[in-house]
Design a protein around this ligand. Structure first.
Ligand code: ATP
Length: 362
């Protein structure tokens, strides 16, 4: 039996706005699950329903197989870390971390032992006497996490915990959150709009859009087997390139290029007039004309050298694409560049439903 079960969960706010539609998910003990999606897709609403901070309009939430819809936040044995750390400014780091246990009247000796242990896990041992204002953003966020993990609850919920940090701190804290999870083994649900955070932290990712779950899977599955155009475009950086067109004599045309779909979709000949979206990842292309792929030529509009790799912005008449190549292969700007999209790297989607069409490679 799953540890947490969300069964057909819906949220309809009092103003009638339907923010979450039929959300289904089973979470195993110890899993690190990330809800990801653009702003307003219903991630926080779902997390708040799990926390007991928001009423579930319909559907069922189970903890260990037992219905928990009516349980209050405390009864659910869930701790939440918010985007704003909400530390008490007049209290030391020690007192901030200890606060929940002090309120519960836990014995001083036990509190001290647990605070020291949490401080060790979080690298805060040398800061226990400081006030929050004398800490960096990353250290404050660690204190906020410490306050949650000291409670030894079954589930940690984190709502965009890194969004107040700068880019460098985010990378460090991301690593630390992964380490904390490894050490505590706590079931964690983490909300972010950042696909990199989702990919690096998650055992499984739930991609959401407009209140609907688009796909649930491991980072590997979402990257290599996206269910639809939205997931394909959301996961991966730079995003997947898409060519939209209509099948004409088994081919897709764009600019001066013609793509013979039968190479990846034997039934393409019978799909005359069907709208198709063809996708390929920026990093999947090969430079030059290569065998077993679609050879494409476009103009180099811009190059971005980012260290070990370069992003190349290509235009083929009205179509645009980004390619990601080894920085030693950075081309000059404003030249025609020929590259190959290997057949094995091609994704096809139905132009109407936007759902993936399984491809076959010769
Ligand atoms: P963000 O990343 O911006 O926090 P999110 O994916 O977490 O976005 P939610 O905060 O869950 O999104 O909001 C989902 C939708 O529900 C949004 O369109 C939001 O405007 C709407 N919403 C949130 N709270 C309420 C409310 N109390 N009443 C009505 N609509 C609400």
């Amino acid at each position: 039996m799953a540890y947490l079960t969300l069964r057909n969960i819906n949220k309809i706010y009092p103003n009638g706005f339907h923010a979450v539609h039929n959300f289904n998910l089973e979470i195993e003990k110890g899993e690190f699950v990330v809800f990801v999606g653009p702003s307003g897709c219903g991630k926080s609403t779902t997390l708040r329903m799990i926390a007991g901070l928001e009423e579930i309009s319909n559907g069922e939430f189970l903890i260990n197989g037992e219905r928990a819809n009516e349980k209050g936040p405390r009864e659910r044995e869930i701790a939440m870390v918010f985007q704003s750390y909400a530390l008490y400014p007049q209290m030391t780091v020690y007192d901030n971390i200890a606060f929940g246990l002090t309120l519960q009247g836990v014995d001083e000796d036990i509190i001290e032992e647990r605070v020291n242990n949490v401080a060790r896990i979080l690298g805060l041992t040398d800061y226990l006497d400081r006030l929050p204002r004398a800490l960096s953003g990353g250290q404050r966020q660690r204190v906020a996490i410490g306050r949650a993990i000291i409670r030894k609850v079954g589930v940690f919920l984190m709502d965009e915990p890194l969004s107040n940090l700068d880019a460098k701190q985010r990378v460090t804290m991301r690593y630390e959150i992964a380490q904390i999870h490894k050490e505590t083994g706590a079931t964690t649900i983490y909300v972010t709009h950042d696909q990199t955070e989702a990919m690096t932290l998650a055992d499984r990712i739930v991609v959401m859009k407009d209140g609907y779950v688009q796909q649930v899977g491991t980072p590997y599955e979402l990257y290599f087997q996206p269910a639809n155009v939205f997931v394909a475009g959301f996961i991966g950086e730079p995003p997947m390139n898409f060519l939209r067109g209509t099948v004409t004599h088994g081919c897709l045309h764009f600019g001066k290029n013609r793509i013979d779909l039968s190479k990846v979709l034997p039934e393409a000949a019978g799909m005359e007039g069907k709208p198709i979206v063809l996708g390929y990842r920026p990093e999947a292309i090969l430079l030059g004309q290569q065998p077993d792929g679609y050879v494409v030529t476009g103009n180099v509009e811009l190059t971005e050298m980012l260290g070990d790799y370069t992003n190349i912005y290509i235009t083929a008449e009205e179509d645009q694409a980004i390619l990601k190549v080894d920085s030693h292969d950075t081309p000059q700007m404003d030249i025609d560049l020929t590259y190959t999209i290997p057949y094995t790297a091609v994704y096809l989607f139905d132009g109407e439903t936007e759902n993936v069409i399984p491809t076959r490679h010769e």
